[in-house]
Every structure is written in structure tokens, then in C-alpha cells.
Design a protein. Structure first.
Length: 393
């Protein structure tokens, strides 16, 4: 077993543990003790985060301004809120409105240099002088998902006219986008906690199905910071909604922020695309089809439930750790197991598909499910947000 597999198993275990809401009902004393330790660490972490916000608010830590529009799209919680499709919609609409857009990402779980090289970068401060990774310059796709990160690569693939840059220092990547690529609008992907760059518009996404996790901040819960900090948001987008009334959740949000516009949206499946041939297939193909559901995402249950809603019969579930980078042998093994059990297709997510190695031939076709955003309410508010960014209001 490789160290990567071991770490992924530990990561998966911890994610399951921190989502426990009633620890007193857990019979295993070791788990209860672990939760107690995590709760103490959570208090410490939450205090450090609030101190950092205080230092920025008082001007002790410096805000940078770059002389252009800066929009932050972020979350209160870790895990899948469906942020990437929302970033894609904003970037596309702003580009169509005449803005020259760059998406600035941290590039979570991108391929890093060797440890020794990173230590030398730190000691010699070479990281400050090194330019950001340009996944796309708005004309050409320049990096793959391993070097650029899953979400940046996916965004760059779907937005050929939008620049996508990756760097932990988004002040640096923002300056590069302005000076070298001629951009006038910056979208901070996952930017709610990034205070070094001053934002004009603050957009926060909340998963309707699990808005605040179990109420604890990391590492005891899923919150990145106190839910009270939602007061900073200009727009709050409820993701993964359906047609049910969200009045109770909206009331909870209004208690934290009574000014922000609240927009409701749903993630809609649009079509299937073959991972290796790029052929498009309509969703009717799934009706009563025996399939393998393959995913390496934070919450695979939602993806699998959507396949079943579309009529697929899931006869095998292959779940890997979030952001797992697949080897060729792993994909071949999944294909072989699926064929033996009678699956006529393997369905994965678009985020997983960008991490697949190239295969020349597959005995079972492999498709990813294309998902897009549909606004259910707040369309006027969304359009007003675009107009505000474009100086049309």
C-alpha cells in the first residue's frame, strides 16, 4: 500500500469523524476522545482565524488594491458546495459583457515541486519572484490538471476566452494577469478567506442541504470560520436547491446578514461526454442502463443519487478519496470489474475526468456527467451583480 493511499484513507476517516453531530451516542471511547481533541483544536483554530480578520479590519495586516474589479466567490465550509460551476457562469457572463476576465485560483492539490526544492524556495524566497502558473492565457490551454489543479484546468477547458492562473499569492497572480495578459476583472476562486486582496464584490455559496455543517469550525467541523462572518457577503447563493421552500434557511441567513441579496440555484445535469473520445451523448442514454458510478469527490452520494434520478441502475460504486489522482492501472481495474459485473457504462464526474490518464481503448465506455447552474430565484439580482461589476449601474 502506497503512502498516498494510506493518507487518503486517513483523510476519508477524519472527514467521516468530524461530521458526527452527537458524539455522546458513539460507543467507541477512542472516537469520543478524538472528537474532544478536535473540539479543543477547533477553538484554537477559530480564535486564530478571528484574530487574523481583526488585524485586517484594523489595517495592521495590509490590503492590496490592484486598480481593477475584484470579485470573490467562496464558501463558509469545506467540501462540495458546487462552487466551480458558479465561477464558470460568472466568468462567462462577465466575458460576454465585454470584460477581460482572469480567474485566480490557489490550485488545491496541484502537483507540487519536490520537498527539497520547496524548502529552498522558502529559504531563498524564490517563490515571491517566481511567476504564477498560467493554466490558460485566455487563448491557449497551457497546463494539464496535474500541474494546474483539477478545478483550474476544468475552468480553463470550458472557458477558452478566460485566463486562469494558479498561485497561493493571489496579489502576485492578479498583477500578472493585469500586466501580462491585459485583464481588467479578477475572480478569486475560493476567495472568501483571502483578505490580502481587497474585493469589490463578495459572493458566498451555501449548500442548502448542509449549510453550516455541524456548527463547528475546522478541524471538529466543516466551517472554515465562524458563520457570523457571513455578514461580510454582498450576495449569498444557495446551491443545490430544488423547488422546495427555503424560508427556514433564509431566516437563519438573515439573522447573520440582513443586507445581502439571496439567490437560489440548482445544479442541472445536461448531457454525457465520453472521457476519451469526447463524443456527446444525451441523458436518455442512462434510462434503465446498468452502470458503475466512479468518483473521487467530497460527497459522492449526491452524484450517485443524481444518476439514479436520471434512470441509471447503479450496479457498482467505485469511490476514491477527494481529488484522487488516478493511475492507468486503477482505471483499467475499474473497467475490468465493471465488465465482469455487467455494467454497460462507467459514469464519473467532470472533475474526476480531468484526472484520468489517457487510454487508447476501453471495453466499457466511460462518460462524465456535465452539470450546469440554473437560477431558480434572484435572476434580477444576479444580473444586477454583473451590471455592478461592469459599471452599468
Amino acid at each position: 500500500m502506497s503512502w498516498r493511499t494510506t493518507w487518503e484513507q486517513i483523510e476519508t476517516f477524519l472527514v467521516e469523524v468530524i461530521q458526527i453531530r452527537e458524539p455522546e451516542k458513539i460507543p467507541d471511547r477512542r472516537i469520543r476522545f478524538l472528537l474532544w481533541v478536535l473540539r479543543q483544536l477547533s477553538r484554537l483554530y477559530g480564535g486564530v482565524v478571528q484574530l487574523r480578520h481583526f488585524l485586517y479590519d484594523k489595517g495592521i495586516f495590509r490590503h492590496h488594491t490592484l486598480g481593477c474589479q475584484v470579485i470573490s466567490v467562496g464558501n463558509l465550509t469545506v467540501g462540495g458546495t458546487g462552487k466551480t460551476p458558479v465561477v464558470e457562469v460568472f466568468a462567462r457572463d462577465l466575458q460576454r459583457a465585454g470584460r477581460k476576465v482572469a480567474i485566480l485560483s490557489r490550485g488545491y492539490k496541484k502537483q507540487e515541486p519536490p520537498l527539497l526544492e520547496r524548502l529552498l524556495d522558502l529559504l531563498l524566497m524564490r517563490e515571491r519572484r517566481r511567476p504564477p502558473r498560467v493554466v490558460s492565457d485566455g487563448r491557449t490551454l497551457l497546463l494539464d490538471s496535474a500541474r494546474g489543479g483539477d478545478e483550474p484546468y476544468m475552468l480553463a477547458s470550458n472557458l477558452p476566452d478566460v485566463a486562469v492562473l494558479v498561485d497561493k499569492n493571489r496579489v502576485k497572480s492578479g498583477r500578472y494577469a493585469i500586466d501580462k495578459l491585459g485583464c481588467d476583472t479578477l475572480i478569486l476562486d475560493d476567495g472568501f478567506q483571502y483578505r490580502a486582496l481587497k474585493h469589490r464584490v463578495e459572493i458566498v455559496l451555501i449548500d442548502r442541504r448542509n449549510p453550516f455543517g455541524n456548527g463547528y469550525v475546522l478541524p471538529r467541523g466543516l466551517l472554515r470560520e465562524s458563520a457570523a462572518n457571513l455578514r461580510k457577503a454582498d450576495y449569498i447563493i444557495l446551491t443545490k436547491c430544488d423547488r422546495r421552500d427555503n424560508a427556514e434557511l433564509k431566516a437563519r441567513i438573515r439573522a447573520l446578514n440582513d443586507q445581502a441579496e439571496i439567490i437560489e440555484c440548482a445544479h442541472r445535469s445536461r448531457y454525457l461526454r465520453n472521457v476519451f473520445t469526447t463524443a456527446r451523448v444525451e441523458l436518455d442514454f442512462l434510462r434503465d442502463l446498468p452502470v458503475t458510478a466512479l468518483s473521487g469527490i467530497a460527497a459522492p452520494e449526491g452524484f450517485e443519487a443524481e444518476l439514479e434520478r436520471l434512470g441509471a441502475r447503479i450496479i457498482r460504486r467505485e469511490r476514491f478519496a477527494d481529488h484522487h489522482r488516478y493511475t492507468q492501472q486503477e482505471i483499467i481495474d475499474v473497467i475490468n470489474r465493471s465488465r465482469r459485473e455487467g455494467a454497460r457504462a462507467i459514469i464519473t464526474t467532470e472533475k474526476d475526468a480531468v484526472r484520468f490518464p489517457r487510454l487508447d481503448r476501453t471495453d466499457v465506455p466511460v462518460f462524465f456527467l456535465r452539470v450546469e447552474i440554473e437560477l431558480l430565484s434572484g435572476t434580477e439580482d444576479f444580473n444586477a451583480c454583473i451590471a455592478r461589476i461592469c459599471f452599468r449601474s
